[in-house]
Design a protein around this ligand. Structure first.
Ligand code: HEC
Ligand code: HEC
Ligand code: HEC
Ligand code: HEC
Ligand code: HEC
Length: 200
């Protein structure tokens, strides 16, 4: 079974963990059982932190895996990138968001436990995690996430970022620093191409 989770949930179980337990509930086995449909999630491959150098994309301070969180466990993108539909910046979750689950979830093997320990140490020391940015526009260009999510839908992330839920380490699928990437879609969708829309 892909998800055998035996949590001992005390009285202090957070909303995040409660939400996760709903997400992580095993698929109903009989038709009369109600509840969410069986998740068609895929088992993420087993990788060690030492494998990160061979993966595409910059190496991060903690080997945080989208294929495990967003893929295998189906946590919604906007659970962590909380402001994608309301702000230009999609938002990067703070350690507090992570700890909503990782106060309890310690990891099933030594690799996971070692990486989760880095998160817990940062949290205990109140040190921010210095994630390495993957997509980064020059300062003269402006990209509003919220406008795009409203027009293209909440699942449009993959249009620009690719199949993130299968990525053990995030890498750039499209060259967002090439103006042609923006313009070709704006032409197709009959959106403004005025220089001042994107440039300050
Ligand atoms: C459990 C929290 C969490 C979930 C769920 C999550 N992310 Fe992330 N995401 C992060 C963190 C933390 C980073 C920064 C570290 C990294 O790049 O891996 C990040 C980084 C990214 C980046 C790279 C940002 C940059 O620097 O350019 C993209 C793109 C991204 N996420 C897209 C997605 C998409 C699409 C989904 C849903 C399929 C998703 N994320 C789900 C936490 C999450
Ligand atoms: C909704 C619950 C939830 C949230 C929120 C969450 N995680 Fe996890 N995380 C899990 C589960 C479940 C596992 C799988 C544990 C295992 O099998 O070892 C996991 C595994 C991990 C692992 C080990 C596997 C891997 O990804 O390398 C790390 C490290 C980790 N999480 C870091 C983070 C960080 C950093 C954040 C915040 C950006 C975060 N998690 C947010 C539930 C969550
Ligand atoms: C139309 C293309 C497009 C779509 C759709 C899109 N993004 Fe982005 N994303 C970008 C670009 C371009 C950047 C770099 C922006 C910058 O540097 O100002 C970026 C940056 C990011 C970052 C890094 C932000 C940071 O502060 O480090 C994250 C995380 C991210 N996107 C997540 C998402 C998620 C989640 C979705 C879906 C809800 C999404 N994006 C949809 C183009 C897109
Ligand atoms: C996949 C298609 C697609 C891509 C790729 C794309 N855009 Fe857009 N963009 C749109 C759509 C659709 C809208 C219209 C949103 C609306 O009507 O509010 C839009 C609107 C905008 C706006 C607001 C325009 C206004 O009238 O105020 C800006 C700014 C913008 N995009 C910048 C960018 C930049 C910069 C990039 C490249 C990094 C980019 N877009 C890539 C589809 C795209
Ligand atoms: C839909 C958004 C968008 C529009 C409209 C747009 N640009 Fe750009 N432009 C960009 C992005 C994104 C970049 C790449 C920024 C980076 O390097 O990260 C860029 C880069 C540039 C550069 C730097 C050189 C290069 O090619 O990378 C120049 C000069 C430029 N744009 C001029 C213009 C002019 C002039 C117009 C109007 C005719 C225009 N742009 C319209 C998004 C746009």
């Amino acid at each position: 079974m892909m998800r055998k989770l035996a949590f001992v949930v005390g009285g202090g179980a957070s909303a995040a963990l409660a939400a996760f337990l709903v997400l992580g509930r095993p698929a109903p086995t009989t038709a009369q059982q109600s509840g969410p449909a069986a998740a068609d999630s895929v088992q993420a491959p087993v990788l060690a932190a030492g494998d990160t150098a061979a993966l595409r994309g910059p190496r991060q301070p903690i080997f945080f895996r989208h294929d495990i969180h967003a893929g295998q466990y189906k946590i919604q993108c906007q659970y962590c990138h909380y402001s994608a539909n309301v702000s230009a910046e999609p938002g990067i979750p703070t350690a507090q968001t992570c700890m909503g689950c990782h106060l309890v979830v310690g990891g099933r093997d030594s690799t996971h436990r070692a990486e989760i320990k880095k998160l817990r140490d940062a949290w205990n020391k109140k040190e921010p995690i210095e994630w390495v940015r993957v997509h980064y526009l020059a300062r003269h260009a402006h990209f509003p996430h919220q406008r795009h999510i409203k027009a293209l839908g909440p699942n449009a992330c993959a249009t620009c970022h690719g199949d993130v839920q299968r990525m053990p380490q995030v890498f750039k699928v499209n060259n967002v620093n090439n103006m042609g990437f923006c313009i070709s879609c704006h032409v197709e969708r009959k959106v403004s191409r005025d220089c001042t829309v994107c440039h300050y």
